[in-house]
Design a protein around this ligand. Sequence first.
Ligand code: SAH
Length: 234
Amino acid sequence: MIKEIFRENGLEITDHQEEQLQRYYELLIEWNRKINLTAITEYKEVIYKHFLDSAFIVKSELFQTKEISTVLDLGTGAGFPGIVLAVLCPRYRFTLVDSLMKRIDFLRIVKEELELDHITLHHGRAEDLGRQKEFRNQFDYVVSRAVAELPVLLEYCIPFVGKEGYFISYKGKRYQEEINNSNMALQILSADIKKIEKYELMDEERFLIFVENLSLTEEKYPRRAGKIKKNPLY
Ligand code: SAH
């Protein structure tokens, strides 16, 4: 079933990958009874709105610039897009970050059950991790879905991106308004919107915003937690 849905949308997956995604679905539903992971639980809806939505990026040329890339998923929650991408790209290295410990605990179980040895899990906030040496400018790609408005998200994410790497933001149809509010943030963080890719999902328009990191971010960014949201770089 998952394989067919993916194929209809131009994505070929192996039997093993289908089994991994099926097991992920079961774990998601099982643990969602105990901790808040997702509002969407109906099978087909999860496959489309969480799995496929996370997956479309692998079709993009800009996501395939190297054979082995490093990817950080900021605010991964129950693992979107990070876990799905890790299943689809077994050669890439993934780091999944979230500020809620319970979600990281859930992801530890997923990592073990799906045997995803190429992912690392981190409990923490973007504002703190982005200042640490082992994270700053270390990733070819930073991805993030449903975490914050673009101007805030840029300050969270760009410091993690290596030079000439990309931050890729998953957005809905209000993306243009968010971009209009991001000019200042892009300038200050020296980043540039390189490409916007559109795809459709259950009659909904979705957009991937590819933001290129042009040079290393000034040391004072990201600012402290609270400051970023209260006073975004407009
Ligand atoms: N990306 C997932 C989850 C979205 S909910 C999805 O698309 O389904 C937003 C998640 O971001 C939450 O799990 C929250 O704990 C996390 N989050 C919010 N602000 C954060 C920050 N500053 N640093 C790290 N994680 C953050």
